[in-house]
Ligand binder design. Structure first.
Ligand code: HEC
Length: 155
């Protein structure tokens, strides 16, 4: 069983390698066009549950669970669009720091994924107060934590 899981992990890792290679063939302009689309969809499902977490609109557990499930998938999508080849493309809010310090940018992605993992675990636990805290943390520490360093205020 354990061996099978390890083999599956390896196959997945190799699959991801192929995928990122495939994306490096895509024109940088197209990648830059697609990136905000992923972000906008994350905003759709995150910014509709943040007001619930803050008590501004009634809390709806079913909507929260659904949105967090969508975010789990969406949160994996934008990153392969930030290839070094896109560094010179204009019309983007992506700051040069992304390409100057890729390790820090990767750390911001990992930090976001970690906050989201806590939120996913909280929704499974079903404790409303814990879920609300995790929503706010995923947004402020996860989303904004990266935007503060890597997204321009104006295009
Ligand atoms: C690791 C960094 C990082 C994380 C995490 C991140 N973003 Fe972004 N976000 C960016 C960057 C960089 C841009 C600018 C992208 C571009 O213009 O190509 C951006 C752009 C955006 C935009 C603007 C899209 C537009 O129309 O220009 C929105 C909205 C957004 N992000 C929402 C979110 C939300 C919501 C989350 C969390 C659920 C999130 N982001 C997580 C880095 C991040």
């Amino acid at each position: 069983m354990r061996k099978q899981i390890l083999q599956l992990g390896l196959a997945l890792a190799m699959g991801v390698g192929c995928i990122s290679q495939a994306f490096s063939q895509v024109k940088p302009e197209i990648l830059v066009e697609q990136r905000p689309a992923g972000m906008v969809m994350m905003a759709k499902y995150m910014y509709s549950i943040v007001p619930m977490a803050m008590g501004r609109v009634p809390y709806d557990a079913a909507t929260v669970t659904r949105n967090v499930g969508y975010l789990e998938v969406l949160s994996k999508m934008p990153w392969d669009g930030f290839t070094p080849a896109t560094a010179d493309v204009k019309n983007t809010k992506a700051l040069p720091a992304i390409y100057a310090d890729p390790a820090k940018f990767k750390a911001a992605q990992d930090n976001f994924q970690a906050e989201l993992a806590k939120l996913i675990a909280a929704t499974k636990g079903g404790n409303e107060a814990a879920i609300k805290t995790a929503i706010v943390d995923a947004n402020t520490k996860g989303c904004n934590g990266c935007h503060n360093d890597f997204r321009a205020k104006q295009q």
